[in-house]
Write a protein that binds this ligand. Structure first.
Ligand code: NAD
Length: 493
C-alpha cells in the first residue's frame, strides 16, 4: 500500500487500511467470477464492506486491482484450455497414439454438489463444491481440495488433469483428481469452515475413499481441514472399517496419521530441483537471489528452505501487495510476521512496498511463482529478469507467457515436475497409513529427494532426446507412462 493511496482513502472518507486479519483475503463479493475482458467493474470491497469502489481493469495481466485497497483479483482465464493445448503439443512432438490422447483430453468423472450449511447466525447458506476425477489408469485418484471464491468446474478440471501428469512423471501409483468449494474463507468463522468441510465430505460420500480417491490440502485448506474430512468419512463407514480408512486423506496433522515432512514437502521438492538445476547450469546458490510470489504453504516453505543454500530472498508478492529489500529478506522472520499479521506480507517493516510491475521486473536469479494460475502472461513474462522460473503453483504460466520465457531463454522447471514434492510425500503418508508405519523425517526427505531427482532426470533426458522445451518434455514423460498402461491393458470391452 503506497502512502498516497492511504491519504486518498482518508480524504475520501474511506476506512484506512490497518493491519487486520481482513487483509487475509481481499476479494470482491461473490458472483464476480465471470469478469469480462475490458469491462468496467464496480463492486463492494471486501475490506470496507459497504462502500462501492471501482476495480482498475487490467485484463492483460489477468489481475484486477481494487482502486483504493490494492486488492488483487484474478480475471478468469481458461486454464483447462491451456492444459489441453499442452497435451496436444506433446502429442505432436512424441507422436502419441491419437486414441489414448483422446481419452486423456477428457475427465472421467465430474461431481458438483450443492449442500446446505447452518451458519453461526442460524441462517442456512447453500454452497457449491466440486470433485473432478481425471484419470485412474495408474492407481487411485489423488489430488487436493481448494477453498477459493473463484473455484469453478473448469479450474478443477484443469487441476485434476495436472495431477494425473504429476503422479505419472514421478512414478507414483496414483491417478489425478482435484476438488474445491467456491467460497471466500474470510467470510466464515472457524466453526463454519468446520461445518462446511464436514457437510461437503458427507455430500461426496463414497465418491472419495482410501483406495479410490484421496484428497489433500491445496489453496486455503490445511491439516486441520484434512482431520475434519477424515473424522467425517470415518463416521460414515461401518465401525469395524473405521481404522482401515485413515488414508482417505493425506496432509493430515501428524497426530492424526500425517507424515513427517508433508507440510514442507512441496517447498522442499522445489528446492531440491533448484539445487539440481543450479548444479547443471553452474550457478552457485550461495548469494544467488530469488523472488517469490505467494507466501502461503508452498511459497513460504520454499523460501525458508532456500536459506540452507545461503541464497538471498529479495522480493515477495502475495494477495495484499508486494515488498522488496535488495539487501535480503529473512524468510523465517517474514513467515513469523505473516503468521502474526493475518497471513499477509503487507506492511512488513523490513522491506519497502512495491507495485506488481516492479515485483515482476526485479532482477534476480530465480523466480518461484507459488500463488495461483495464469500469473506469468505475455505482459508479466516481458518484465521478468531472471534465469530460472521454478513453478511452485499449478499453471502459473499461460501459453503466451511461456512463449515469451522461451524467447528470452529463461529456463522453466514446469509445475507438474516442480511442485510434485507434495504428492510424493502424500504417497508416503498413504503408504505409512496402510502399513501402520511411521517414518522419520530423514527417511521421508531422503526418499523425496530420490524420487523427485529421478523425475527431473527423466524430464531432462526427454528434453534432450526430443529437442523440446521442459514443459513439453515433462508432458511427454507423463503421457508415455500412461500410454504404456493403456496399450498393455487395452480398452474394455
Ligand atoms: P496457500 O493458500 O497456502 O497460499 C497461497 C498464497 O498465494 C498466499 O500467500 C496468497 O496471499 C497468495 N495469492 C493469492 N492470490 C494472489 C494473487 N492474485 N497475487 C499474488 N499472490 C496471491 O496455498 P498453497 O497451498 O501454498 O498453494 C499455492 C499454489 O501451489 C497453488 O497453485 C497450489 O495449487 C499449488 N500447490 C500446492 C501444494 C500444496 O501441497 N499445498 C502442492 C502442489 C501445488
Amino acid at each position: 500500500m503506497k502512502k498516497n493511496d492511504r491519504s486518498r482513502n482518508d480524504k475520501e472518507g474511506l476506512t484506512p487500511i490497518s493491519k487486520t486479519r481482513e487483509w487475509k483475503l481481499l476479494y470482491f463479493q461473490h458472483g464476480r467470477p465471470g469478469l469480462e475482458e475490458g469491462s468496467e467493474f464496480k463492486g463492494l470491497c471486501r475490506y470496507c464492506e459497504i462502500r462501492e469502489i471501482c476495480a482498475i481493469p487490467r485484463p492483460e495481466s489477468g489481475v484486477w486491482r481494487c482502486a483504493y485497497y490494492k486488492a488483487l483479483i484474478r480475471k478468469k482465464t481458461n486454464l483447462y484450455e491451456n492444459v489441453i493445448k499442452q497435451l496436444e503439443k506433446a502429442e505432436e512432438a512424441a507422436n502419441f497414439d491419437r486414441d489414448i490422447c483422446k481419452i486423456l483430453a477428457e475427465t472421467m468423472n465430474e461431481l458438483i454438489v450443492h449442500f446446505p450449511v447452518t451458519m453461526d447466525d442460524g441462517k442456512v447458506r447453500m454452497l457449491t463444491g466440486y470433485r473432478v476425477q481425471h484419470n485412474n489408469a495408474l492407481g487411485p485418484y489423488k489430488g487436493g481440495l481448494r477453498f477459493h471464491p473463484l473455484v469453478d468446474i473448469d479450474e478443477i478440471r484443469a487441476l485434476a488433469t495436472l495431477m494425473t501428469w504429476k503422479t505419472a512423471i514421478t512414478n507414483i501409483p496414483f491417478g489425478g483428481a482435484k476438488g474445491g468449494i467456491q467460497l471466500d474463507p474470510a467470510d466464515y468463522s472457524f466453526e463454519e469452515i468446520e461445518k462446511i468441510t464436514r457437510r461437503f465430505t458427507f455430500a461426496l460420500g463414497n465418491n472419495i475413499g482410501p483406495e479410490y480417491d484421496i484428497p489433500a490440502p491445496d489453496v486455503n485448506t490445511n491439516p486441520q481441514i484434512m482431520a475434519w474430512i477424515l473424522d467425517t468419512y470415518m463416521s460414515t463407514v461401518a465401525p469395524n472399517e473405521r481404522n482401515r480408512c485413515i488414508h482417505v486423506v493425506t496432509g493430515k496433522p501428524i497426530e492424526s496419521g500425517g507424515s513427517q515432512g508433508r507440510d514442507k514437502a512441496t517447498g522442499q521438492g522445489i528446492v531440491f530441483l533448484i539445487e539440481e538445476w543450479a548444479e547443471d547450469h553452474g550457478l552457485n546458490l550461495k548469494g544467488a537471489t530469488y523472488i517469490v510470489q505467494g507466501f502461503g504453504n508452498v511459497g513460504s516453505w520454499a523460501a525458508c528452505l532456500m536459506k540452507k543454500d545461503e541464497s538471498k530472498l529479495i522480493a515477495v508478492e502475495d494477495v495484499s501487495g508486494a515488498i522488496l529489500n535488495k539487501e535480503g529478506i529473512d524468510p523465517d522472520d517474514l513467515s513469523n510476521y505473516v503468521k502474526e499479521h493475518g497471513g499477509v506480507v503487507l506492511d512488513y517493516p523490513k522491506a519497502q512496498p512495491i507495485d506488481h510491475e516492479t515485483f515482476f521486473s526485479t532482477r534476480a536469479d530465480i523466480f518461484i511463482p507459488a500463488a495461483l494460475e495464469n500469473q506469468i502472461t505475455a505482459e508479466t513474462a516481458e518484465l521478468l529478469d531472471v534465469k530460472l522460473v521454478a513453478e511452485g503453483a499449478n499453471g502459473p504460466t499461460d501459453p503466451d507467457g511461456d512463449k515469451v520465457l522461451q524467447r528470452k531463454k529463461i529456463d522453466v522447471i514446469p509445475d507438474i515436475l516442480c511442485n510434485s514434492g507434495g504428492v510424493i510425500v502424500s504417497y508416503f503418508e498413504w503408504l505409512q497409513n496402510k502399513r501402520s508405519e511411521f517414518w522419520e523425517l530423514k527417511e521421508v526427505d531422503y526418499k523425496l529427494h530420490k524420487m523427485i531427482v529421478d523425475a527431473y532426470e527423466r524430464v531432462r533426458n526427454t528434453a534432450e532426446e526430443f529437442k523440446v522445451d521442459w514443459r513439453t518434455a515433462a508432458q511427454i514423460v507423463a503421457v508415455s507412462r500412461i500410454e504404456i498402461v493403456y496399450k498393455e491393458r487395452g480398452i474394455f470391452p
